[in-house]
Design a protein around this ligand. Structure first.
Ligand code: CP
Ligand code: NVA
Length: 304
């Protein structure tokens, strides 16, 4: 039996493979796929395990599978034996007998890797506390639709150095853009992720001053101040200086894009002026979760 093609994190692939997935997703989006290849997942089923809430990930994977001819089964802790202590390994073995792929949104990346280790079908990372690779695939697709190749461009993250920021840093190494992260000292992205990207020649700049780091940037990105795994934490005072507002956008290039993975908290990490303004591409970004993931799904499921 050949090993399944998992989609666990961006550091697991080379740039050509990620580009091939994006191209596939973009071809589906533009209808540039031969009539008889539009439903490559006919008869295939994706199991979706959600250990945290979701709107975009849940809906885009479900709609994406259906558009590719397949189907989904939804599992959540409360509705499966995982919530009563059945192991991840046993769950992987069982789902591998019914389904053709598993998408999981969970807290600890160790669970994602445990699932992949024991599944004989592809496993896809739908977010962990540490990364969110599907999101950043959609983000790169969105940037390139608006501005052409992201290679050589500058992306400035202002806010918490969280899971989405980590996937952006990994993407910088593959897609050849400079990644600047403005964040408080104790909210920096994981040092091993930064080192991994720098070891591959990526320009990763981490600092405290959002105005300085946003200078001339082609894209400004942020995310919630309080991620799901830190629900209830009071990070507002710490992160307020990193809010993306009109003044920060004016420091960036005049045609800079604004991105946010959503859900957002208006007047916290981003002002309404920016997220509802002309530089914001957040709705295209949300839509592209569907298209980028169709590329990822088709890539993983037709190779396993
Ligand atoms: N951006 C994102 O992953 O959104 P959801 O939490 O709604 O899936
Ligand atoms: N950083 C956020 C992303 C949500 C899509 C979280 O983990 O809650």
């Amino acid at each position: 039996m050949t090993a399944p093609t998992h989609f666990l994190d961006l550091d697991q692939f080379d740039a050509d493979t990620l580009r091939a997935m994006l191209k596939l997703g973009s071809d589906f989006k533009r209808g540039a796929v031969a009539e008889d290849q539009r439903r490559p997942l006919a008869g295939k089923t994706l199991a979706m395990i959600f250990e945290k809430p979701s709107t975009r990930t849940r809906v885009s994977f479900e709609v994406g599978m259906r558009q590719l001819g397949g189907d989904v089964v939804n599992l959540s802790n409360g509705a499966s034996q995982l919530g009563r202590g059945e192991t991840i390994a046993d769950t992987a073995r069982v789902l591998s007998r019914y389904c053709d792929a598993i998408m999981i949104r969970t807290d600890d990346p160790a669970k994602l890797h445990e699932l992949a280790l024991h599944a004989s079908i592809p496993v896809i990372n739908g977010l962990t506390d540490e990364t969110h690779p599907c999101q950043v695939m959609a983000d790169v697709m969105t940037f390139e639709e608006h501005r052409g190749s992201i290679a050589g461009k500058v992306v400035c993250w202002s806010g918490d150095g969280n899971n989405v920021a980590a996937s952006w840093i990994q993407a910088a190494a593959h897609f050849g853009f400079e990644m600047r992260v403005a964040c408080p000292e104790n909210r920096e992205p994981d040092a091993s992720v930064v080192q991994w990207a720098r070891d591959r020649g990526a320009s990763i700049v981490i600092g405290r001053d959002p105005q300085a780091l946003a200078q001339g940037a082609d894209c400004v990105v942020t995310d919630t101040w309080v991620s799901m795994h830190e629900e209830g934490a009071n990070l507002h005072n710490l992160l307020r200086p990193y809010q993306v507002n009109g003044a920060l956008m004016r420091a960036a290039a005049p045609d800079a894009l604004f991105m946010h993975c959503l859900p957002c908290h208006r007047e916290e990490e981003v002002t309404s002026e920016v997220i509802d303004g002309p530089q914001s591409v957040v709705w295209d970004e949300a839509e592209n979760r569907l298209h980028a993931q169709k590329g990822i799904l088709a890539w993983c499921l037709t190779r396993s």
